[in-house]
Design a protein around this ligand. Structure first.
Ligand SMILES: *[C@@H]1O[C@H](CO)[C@@H](O)[C@H](O)[C@H]1NC(C)=O
Length: 167
């Protein structure tokens, strides 16, 4: 006869092993989810555009952000962190990336949305490079799983341009 303690130990070992296996499977199954998110961002208004006394350009935009990130959610998804970045080139830097807006999306139901918003974070250039500047708006997202590794991807939207004159 095995003692009670021995059997409890065996049961616990089985439990932990099963849990570990389930976590591994959950994480592994994420590899078979091929999400097809979509995004569309319109610059609705340039609220103002100035050269600061420091000499840096700053612009305030009103954006209409539409996105459908529902397909990034699986049963193993805890939440999705999304952020919209303005990306542009300057003589000094091949890639300047400035986050304009971000959000933590807690559920699949909330992953399809349209919002009107001013840029939440300031769009300031380290110099006066923004006049007439062509830029991309890139929606980045990080899928945070309940277990397993994080996934990140993005949609690049091209063809935006800032005004030539301050206003
Ligand atoms: C915008 O994105 C396109 C495609 O990824 C890229 O070729 C281009 O260099 C980008 N433009 C700017 C201004 O960053």
């Amino acid at each position: 006869m095995h003692s009670f303690g021995y059997r409890l130990n065996a049961l616990l070992t089985l439990g932990v092993t099963t849990l570990a296996l389930m976590c591994a499977m959950a994480s592994f199954s994420d590899n078979f989810n091929h999400p097809s998110p979509s995004a569309n961002v319109q610059v609705m208004n340039v609220n103002w555009f100035q050269k600061q006394s420091s000499g840096n350009d700053e612009v305030s935009l009103t954006l209409k952000i539409s996105a459908d990130l529902q397909s990034t959610f699986t049963w193993n998804t805890k939440q999705v962190f999304a952020f919209l970045a303005a990306e542009y080139e300057t003589p000094g830097n091949s890639l300047n990336q400035i986050s304009l807006w971000d959000s933590i999306i807690p559920s699949k139901e909330r992953a399809k949305f349209t919002i009107h918003t001013k840029n939440k974070y300031r769009l300031i250039d380290q110099g006066s490079n923004l006049r007439g500047k062509e830029f991309n708006l890139t929606l980045h997202w990080h899928v945070m799983p309940k277990t397993g590794k994080m996934f990140a991807d993005k949609i690049v939207m091209t063809g935006y341009r800032l005004p030539v004159d301050y206003r």
